[in-house]
Design a protein. Structure first.
Length: 238
């Protein structure tokens, strides 16, 4: 190859290399420009997250924190959120479950057949359906204290005293009940005082019953939210 040809080949190759080098230069600014809006957006969401923490809106803070971590992994915002999110989510779930259990109970004080009664009631969680059963704690100025199950329709199958196998957080305990002579779809529990002592320490109560319409059933009550102070004793009738 002649000197001229060799020189031309060298220049041509160099020119291609130069052209290739020039074609790559715009790539870097494009990537940087694309990252900038994401960084600005994550920073704004981080500021909102921190504000939610200050006002103790834990539910929205958890939702936004998880969004930041999932949408902007590895970002400064995700790193900052990661310092508080695990503990916040744990405490929020605990508080939410406590509130759910508390709201399962209803407390009421009202006139009742010439006297005043105070009740604490909760429906069974399982089995579900329209004919659920209520566990009722009742104090009446004339009738005294009673604990009973109140169903629907034809009520329970119980002749005389009937055995009601039960568990208190998995620990077996036998209960005794009887049907009221007035015919309501109810089962009145005997030894209500011992039942109430056990109830205050229980989160999950099960009672086996036999209904006249559906036969044998295991009623599950999530009683962990029971607050004895809200079922206040009534004043003695003068």
């Amino acid at each position: 190859m002649s000197y001229v040809r060799r020189s031309f080949f060298t220049i041509a190759v160099g020119g291609l290399a130069l052209a290739a080098g020039c074609s790559k230069q715009p790539d870097a600014p494009v990537a940087t420009d694309a990252q900038a809006p994401a960084a600005d957006e994550s920073a704004k969401k981080l500021a909102t997250y921190q504000q939610l923490l200050k006002i103790h809106n834990d539910q929205l803070a958890v939702q936004l924190g998880k969004e930041i971590v999932d949408k902007y992994p590895g970002s400064a915002a995700a790193t900052e959120v990661g310092k508080t999110l695990p503990a916040l989510e744990s405490s929020w779930k605990e508080a939410s479950e406590k509130a759910r259990l508390t709201n399962l109970w209803q407390y009421q004080i009202a006139p009742m057949q010439g006297g005043t009664q105070s009740t604490a009631t909760i429906y069974n969680s399982q089995p579900s359906g329209d004919d659920r059963v209520r566990l009722v704690l009742r104090r009446h100025t004339d009738w005294g204290q009673t604990v009973f199950l109140y169903g629907s329709g034809k009520g329970f199958q119980c002749a005389g005293d009937c055995s009601l196998p039960a568990t208190f957080d998995g620990k077996a305990k036998g209960l005794k009940g009887f049907s009221p002579p007035t015919g309501e779809p109810a089962l009145i529990l005997r030894n209500d005082a011992a039942f109430l002592v056990a109830l205050q320490k229980t989160k999950r109560l099960t009672i086996d019953v036999t209904t006249k319409t559906r036969g044998k059933q295991t009623l599950v009550f999530e009683v962990g939210g029971y607050d004895a102070s809200k079922w206040a004793p009534l004043p003695k009738k003068k």
